[in-house]
Structures are given as C-alpha cells and as structure tokens.
Design a protein around this ligand. Structure first.
Ligand code: GLN
Length: 492
C-alpha cells in the first residue's frame, strides 16, 4: 500500500472512482502512515480514524451502487483546528476551547463533505493562529519532517508537516499574515492564500477578520487547484465573501503563461537576505523567462511598514474577537467558590489563554484605547491603504509578482521564542498580501545546502488565482521538486 501514498489527490480520486483501489484502502494507507510518523511529527490535535474508515466505506458503497460521487470522492483530507467541524472537537490549539465540539460545520467543511472527501483529523497550530512556528500550541509543538529539531512554521504548521511527511494528500490551512505560505515554504509543499472574499470564512474561528482567509495546501499545484475548486465561491453566511462565482482552477492550469509580465520588487530582496534563497528566486525567474514571461522591475516602497502595521491591526481585531471567550458565551469556565463575575472572567481567561494570545489581547486593547487610537490604529490603517496603493500601481505594469516567501529557511525549535520581533519578521514578505487582500501562493523552489526547503512566492491581482496557479504549475514542471520528499528516521 506504500505506493498509494505517492499519489497526489487528483490521481487518487481517479483510481477510487474507476475502482482500481477502494476509498477504504486509501484511507487505511494514509492512517497507517500517520500512525507511523505522528509520534515524531505531532501534527494533529485530534484524529478520527474509525469515523474516517466509516466514511470511506460509505463512499465505496456509493461507487459500487453506481451512484455519482463528489469530486474528492475518497480523498483523505486534514483540517486545521481553527475551522469548525460538526461533532469533531475544534480547539484552536487553545486550553480555552479544549473541549469545544461544534454543532455545525464551517462552509468549507460542508463543501468538503459534499465533495465526498474523507476528513481524518484536525491539525495542530499556534493558539488562535497567533504565531509562526506552531510552538504556541497549548498542546505540543509540531516538528518539521525535513529536520525534526526545526519548526514546521506556523500557524498552519500541523497541516504543512503532515503533508510533507506523506501522511495526507491535501489539507486546509488559514492565513492571516502568512500562516499558509510560511509553513508551506518551511515544509516544501504548496500553499495558497486566496483573495480576501474568495473563500467563505463562516465557521472559521476569527483571529483578525479583515485579514483571515482559508486556503488549500497540498504537495502539488494541481492538488491546490483541485481543493480550491471545492472551497471557493459565494456564501450567504459570510457577508464579506464575494458574490462572484469562482472559476474552474483545474481546467485553466495548463494554459500557456507566455506573454505574462512578472514584477520583481527590489524591497523583497533586502541586504542580508539568505543568498541561497535569493539564488532560488533568480533560478525561478530564469525558468519563467524561458517560458516567455517578461520581467519588469517594480517597487513596493511601503513594504517596510507592513509588519508594524500588521502587528497593530491584527491584535486590534483579535482583542475584539477574543472577548467572547469569557466562560459564559464561550470557553471552559474556571470558578472558585465565592467568586464574583469579574473574578470568574479573570480566572477563565488567565487559565485559558497562553502567553502570546494574552500579549496580543493587551496590544490590541492598547492600540484601540482612547488617546492611542489615532496614533496607532488609525495610522496603521493609513499605512494599509498605502500598501494597497503600492500594489495597485505595480499591477498596472505586471500580471503577478515574484518574491521569496520567507527571509530564512526553517529555524530551530526554541530559537526565536525569546525574541518575538525576530519571529514576527519571518512574515515580512507575506503580511503585505493580507493587508492588501491579494491572492498569494508559495511553491517549493529547491533545497538549501543544509537540506531545508526554500519557498517561492507568487502574488497576484485580486481574484486572479488562476494566474498564480498556472504559473506555479509551469514552474513546478521546470523545477522538478515535486517528488522530493524528506527522509524520516522510519524511512531509512
Ligand atoms: N505570524 C503571524 C501572527 O502571528 C500571522 C499568523 C497567521 O497568518 N495566522 O500573527
């Protein structure tokens, strides 16, 4: 069954549909792989093996009865634990939601079920998606399959790590400042943050509502397109979701890229950028030129202000979104006898939230408070507008932008825990897209000399995910990284 694991989701669904393999066999193969690697990777918060097998069997039964099945029939999928799954624990990797079992599905999860995908479990993350390494999970740190002493990135670290370890063909992540793309880069997989409004956020536990977006993660560009096809599109339950129908991203994947114009912003190649990362981007650029893509120099002059603006706006929204975890409306209540309401709130929030979450709530409350609002929050919003204008101007000249996804490769577990600023800076190239609401994709470009993956980022115009996907598809063929996998100790 080991060969089954090598298939991408697009191949698996064909094999299952044509009955050359059953959904149950596929499910068992991936569950076995998860069992073998999970002890070392710690990618999951919750697994539901029995339920997954039961779903797979039901799909096999449908197929043998000759009934039509959905586009992801029998394909195993993992879901980041910030996305609500009916009857399946959804913790946000937080103590405060440790025993929260939603009574409803997020829209994306409903769509996965309608597509006949098999949900195997919920992946680990930084608590409430605040972090860049998965070390902020209240439960355990996830490890990078390329080097078990290193972080997988975050906050969608569990999804990225289990993909890289071959335990799942596709997974969902969320991206508020780079949380799909940075772990995708660190783990050598593909991840796409769609345009703000392309995918419904209904049932995604909110961190920063004007920045959050759910997106596909996979080992190939094709699989990301396949998964995006299922989750994209209007949703009356999310008023920020675009009412324009989504396109067919798979169908347009092989369209030629000749004649497209790529912009290379000088600000994304600062002094001190890891030379191997720079070289990887330049190689990608050469491949693009061979494919007929025309290179233009562009400038995004407000890039340096993105991280400071992000760390005002995101905590401000978080401080408001997280007010609901008070032990009354949401969250595991802590009480001591004789405590009044305020004491109960304090005990609940003190015990329920981790350090980083508390820090964000305090930051957010501070920048929104009277007397500081104009100096911080309003100023950050103005910067956000400037950043969007930078992109608008660049997109008058080019069709998409090419840059590194991260300034370094995966760092060591514990390395940046004492220096939050350095941790925050690992998002320097990604947070801009969230502030401007743009689609962005990270694609593995190769390995560094110490064997760690390097990510290439493509940033697109609003709602032009297909440009990113078809360009990434072309690059994937040229770079030939697609079948490179980490060798885990159990694989020797
Ligand atoms: N690392 C960033 C933060 O901690 C972004 C996280 C995210 O995209 N969810 O806020």
């Amino acid at each position: 069954m080991k060969e089954l694991l090598e298939n991408d989701a697009a191949t698996l669904r064909e094999k299952i549909r044509s009955r050359s393999v059953s959904a149950e066999e596929v499910c068992r193969a991936f569950l076995d792989r998860i069992e073998a690697v999970e002890e070392r990777i710690h990618a999951f918060c919750t697994l539901q093996p029995e339920k997954a097998i039961e779903t797979a069997r039901a799909i096999d039964a449908k197929i043998s009865r000759g009934e039509t099945v959905g586009p992801l029939a029998g394909v195993p999928v993992a879901v980041k634990d910030v996305i609500c799954t009916r009857d399946l624990r959804t913790t946000c990797s937080s103590r405060i939601l440790e025993n929260f079992v939603p009574t409803f599905d997020a829209t994306v999860v409903r769509k996965l079920r309608e597509a006949d995908a098999v949900i195997v479990g919920k992946t680990n993350m930084d608590e409430f998606a605040m972090g860049s390494s998965t070390e902020n999970s209240a439960f355990h740190s996830t490890r990078n399959p390329w080097d078990l002493d290193r972080v997988p990135g975050g906050s969608s670290g569990g999804s990225a790590a289990i993909l890289a370890a071959g335990g799942i063909p596709i997974a969902l992540g969320t991206d508020t400042g780079g949380s799909i793309r940075q772990p995708a880069a660190f783990c050598g997989i593909v991840g796409l943050k769609p345009t703000y409004g392309r995918v419904s956020r209904y049932g995604q536990i909110a961190f920063a509502s004007s920045l959050d977006q759910i997106g596909p993660m996979g080992r190939t560009v094709t699989d990301c397109a396949l998964l995006l096809n299922q989750i994209a599109g209007p949703d009356p339950k999310d008023s920020t979701c675009s009412t324009d129908p989504a396109g067919d991203y798979l169908e347009r994947l092989q369209e030629p890229v000749r004649g497209l114009r790529v912009g290379v912003p000088e600000e994304y190649f600062p002094e001190g950028l890891d030379p191997e990362i720079k070289a990887t981007i330049l190689t990608a650029l050469e491949h693009l030129e061979k494919m007929g893509v025309i290179q233009e120099r562009i400038s995004l002059p407000h890039t340096d202000y993105a991280v400071p603006a992000y760390y005002v706006i995101a905590p401000a929204e978080a401080s408001s979104n997280l007010a609901r975890y008070d032990g009354v409306r949401y969250g595991a209540r802590r009480e001591s006898t004789g405590a009044n309401l305020v004491q109960m709130y304090r005990a609940t929030r003190t015990a329920g939230f981790g350090k980083e979450v508390k820090c964000r709530i305090m930051l957010g409350t501070y920048v929104l408070s009277a007397g500081y609002y104009d100096a911080y929050y309003l100023k950050a919003q103005k910067v956000r507008t400037r950043i969007r204008i930078d992109f608008d101007e660049a997109f008058e000249k080019v069709d998409f932008i090419l840059s590194p996804t991260t300034p370094t490769t995966a760092f060591l577990i514990g390395e940046k825990l004492e220096s939050p600023l350095e941790m925050y800076l690992s998002y320097i190239f990604t947070a801009t897209s969230n502030l401007a609401g743009l689609p962005s994709l990270s694609l593995p470009g190769g390995l560094s000399s110490d064997g760690l993956p390097i990510g290439i980022q493509l940033i697109g115009k609003p709602f032009e995910e297909e440009t990113l996907l078809k360009t990434a598809f072309g690059l994937e063929q040229a770079l030939r990284f697609r079948d490179t996998r980490p060798l885990l100790p159990i694989d020797h």
